[in-house]
Design a protein around this ligand. Sequence first.
Ligand code: SF4
Length: 303
Amino acid sequence: MIINDFGSWMKKRFPYKVQKISIDAGFSCPNRDGKISKGGCIFCDNKTFNPSYCDPTKSIKEQIQEGKDFFRRKYKDMKFIAYFQAYSNTYAPIEQLKRIYEKALEEEEIVGIAIGTRPDCVNEEILDYLAQLNKQTFVTIEYGVESTNDETLRFINRGHDFACSKRAIEMSAERGLCVGIHVILGLPGEDKEECIRQAKIISDLPINILKIHQMQVIKGTKLARIYEKEPFHLYDVEEYINLVTEYLRWIRKDIVIERVVSQSPKELLIAPDWGLKNYQFTNLLLNHMKEVKAQQGDKIAYQ
Ligand code: SF4
C-alpha cells in the first residue's frame, strides 16, 4: 500500500460501486452572511463547489435524481451517498437539518450521507443527532480545517481558530462518527516546513478521512486581488508532488486519503493551471512515491 486510498476503503465497506452526489440544500455560511463576517474566507468562491447537476433552486429529490442520471451514464449498478457540500451544511436549526438529511435518505439507492461544514457550526445537539443517524446509515462529517496555524487562519479570514477545529473533531469522534477533514497546502505564508508541521498535528487528531488540495487562486475572490497586486508562490506540479509525498509520509497509515488535488473549473481559475485531471495527477504522485520508495506514514516512528 502506497497510500490508504478512499476507493479501496469504500470497496471494503460497500459490496457495490458507490458515488457521492453533491447536493446544494441552500444553506448559508456564518462567514458570509454577517454572523462572523461578510467577506468569507479569502479564497472562497462557492461556484467551484457545485457540479452542473447541483442547483439550490431544485429540490433535494430533483438534485439526487439528476446526480443519479449523470453517474449512471458511467456505471449501471451503483448506489449513492448524498453529499451536502456547498457552504456550511449544519448551519441551521436542528429540526430543519433533520428534515433535509432525512429527505435525502428517503430516496431510493441512497446508502448514506456526507456532510461538509465548518467546525464552528456544530454543537452537542447536532452531533448527538448525527450519532443516532449513524446507527441506521452511513454518515460522515467533513470539516474544513484548511490550516492548523492560527496566524494563517486569521490571514485567510477563516473566522475560527485551530482549537475550534480540534474541538469539533474530538466531539464528533467521541460519538463514533466517521470524521473527515479538508486542508489546503500552500496557503500564503505556509512553506514546506509549515506543511510538515501541520501533517504531524493532523496525524494526532482522531480523524478517519483526509482531503488535501493545492492552493488555487479563483477569479473574483479576495485572494485573487491580493495575488494580482503581489503574486505569492504557487506550486508547480513537480513541487506539489514532492510536497504531498513528504506530507503523506507523516500521515498515520489508518487515515483514508480521499483526495490529494483538486482542479477548479478552467474558466474560474487564475492559477496554477496544471492542465491535469485529478486522476492524472494522482497517478503521477503514486508513481513518484513508488520511485522514491515512500509510503503514507512511513516517517512516523511508532509504526
Ligand atoms: S467557510 Fe466555506 S463557504 Fe464559508 S466563506 Fe469559508 S470557504 Fe466559503
